[in-house]
Design a binder for this molecule. Structure first.
Ligand SMILES: O=C(CO)COP(=O)(O)O
Length: 247
């Protein structure tokens, strides 16, 4: 049985008052096999930690370096010290605006694993790559940089999030069929590296305009193990409905 996740990515949103208001409304009853978490910005990780029973707190980024003269960075050891459970790596916004390469992503994954933080490895193609039929090739290149540096025993300790760039923040959710086809490809691709049994243990989340209307049908697909939710996770009631859709 794979673990299912619903993770919120708050991106560059939510200050203390917003977090208090969100937590006031958000109610969560733990369900077996389902993990729920949100990732505030770095400055609020400590503020959020331990505020809500059963809610994991995650980071949106981590340095590939452990320590030293790297102004403005935060290490995996520091995230661990703050009680962080998971960390996004290789989000398309970081790849696009902050030069996060496949190699950097792989370094970050290794660092997070050494501190027992779950790396959520984001991958996905751009609109042009989608339209020209290159999605699988792009995703394969993004993932092979990471997979080639993992041991088989580490596959169950990472999560992959498929986030087609054209679906992020656009309201254009991938259809359940399109998303399932890519998720199945990702699982097969993991199987080529680690064997099909290990690949069955890999949780693969879908992200890109997930909302309370689209969640249930997406989550019903056999290779979709939950969601990475941006905009809709800012509204606690929407986020709760999305969690409910995963059953
Ligand atoms: O980037 C995302 C999550 O990481 C998805 O964002 P939206 O749900 O706002 O499209």
């Amino acid at each position: 049985m794979r673990v299912n996740y619903v993770l919120g990515n708050w991106k560059l949103n939510n200050q203390r008052k917003d977090i208090d208001d969100w937590l006031e409304v958000f109610k969560h009853t733990a369900k077996a096999g389902v993990r729920v978490g949100v990732s505030p910005t770095l400055g609020y990780l400590d503020y959020m930690s331990g505020k809500c029973e059963g809610l994991m707190v995650g980071a949106q980024n981590v340095s590939e370096f452990d320590q030293g003269a790297f102004t403005g960075e935060v290490s995996a050891a520091m995230l661990s010290d703050l009680g962080v459970s998971f960390c996004l790596v290789g989000h398309s916004e970081r790849r696009q605006f902050f030069q996060e390469t496949n190699e950097k992503v792989a370094d970050k994954v290794k660092g997070l694993l050494s501190h027992e933080i779950i790396p959520v490895i984001c991958c996905g193609e751009s609109q042009v790559e989608y339209e020209t039929g290159q999605a699988k090739e792009v995703i394969g290149a993004q993932l092979s940089a990471v997979f080639s540096r993992l041991e088989v025993s580490q596959l169950s300790k990472v999560v992959v999030a498929y986030e087609p760039v054209w679906a992020i923040g656009t309201g254009l959710t991938a259809t359940p069929e399109v998303a399932q086809e890519i998720h199945q490809f990702i699982r097969q691709f993991a199987g080529d590296f680690f064997g099909s049994v290990a690949a069955q243990s890999l949780s693969i989340l879908y992200g890109g305009s997930v909302n309370e209307q689209s969640a249930a049908e997406l989550f019903a697909q056999p290779d979709i193990d939950g969601g990475l939710v941006g905009g809709a996770s800012l509204k606690p009631t929407s986020f709760m409905q999305i969690i409910e859709a995963l059953s």
